[in-house]
Design a protein around this ligand. Sequence first.
Ligand code: IMP
Ligand code: MG
Length: 330
Amino acid sequence: MIADVVVDLQYGDCGKGKITHYLCKYKKYTHVLRYNGGCNAGHTIFHEGKKFVTHHIPAGVFFGIKSIIGSGCVVSPKHFFQELEELKAGGIETDGLVFIAGNAHVITDDHISQESDETEIGTTRRGNGPAYSAKYARTGTLARDVPELQPYIINLYEEFHGSNRAKPIILCEGAQGFGLDIDHGDYPYVTSSHCTVAGALLNGIPHTWVRDVWGVAKIYETYVGSKDFEPEDEVFSHIRDVGKEYGATTGRPRQCNWMDFSLVEKALAINKVTKLVFNKMDVLREVDQWKLINDGELIDFEQETRMTSWIEENLPGDMEVFFSGSRYRI
Ligand code: IMP
Ligand code: MG
């Protein structure tokens, strides 16, 4: 029994969709499990030349792998059915592949309307916080109690631990990121779920099954939400334009900054990452500036290779590091 986990090390939007899609293509998984969050997430995936944005449904579906929305998630039936239709319209076979854990919670219309004019945190207004609030107040609705979801309901215990089951090889796909995690993020500017490896385990994955933890970061940072994040410097508008940094779910412009290396280090330690990917190298190449922030100090490397060597030298030695972009392996 094996579980690989994909976690985001910053504020979401680091390219987990790309890495999950890559892993599904090259590793032999029996299941892909989304383990936290709801339709606040937007995972951009390019599959056979077509662009898809998924919110609820894990990327396994693109490769005929059983794709499960786990018990750590909250599900909006309306968005779920809409997304199934979009996938079908794009030529993706979903029949018999998409499932929802019976004990996942439901995002109701009431949860969505509770958030309709939220501005303090700058949420995605998808009812995520209210659905988790109801879950923990023990007044929520379980997916297994919603008649229209019945054909998709699965019991995760039976699926992963029941007798007569083939040994599962699971890819656990996280949503949002470390800086948005309810416990480790910059509270209250966080989401309402667990975005670390611990969040995957909460879905009934034993810790001994975990093989690799793929940590996904971006070579610069972006954040969407109400707090002030972007320093005053023209370069960040340039990064936003080149990197197409606009929300996949809400279309909002993402605030940009240089990578905070100290945040990445913290996320690496807490998730015990074994494979680390830095996405979007091409964007900084186009902008032609190579900077990061370490312990609050800005470091200007002037050249790409100076920055990548510095990063490799300053990371713990027990993980494999990939820089992702046109001159690299991934
Ligand atoms: P909520 O998750 O909709 O409650 O939003 C809480 C915070 O998390 C806000 O700052 C959102 O912009 C941010 N957020 C939620 N989901 C994502 C995501 O998938 N990518 C990036 N930011 C997100
Ligand atoms: Mg996203």
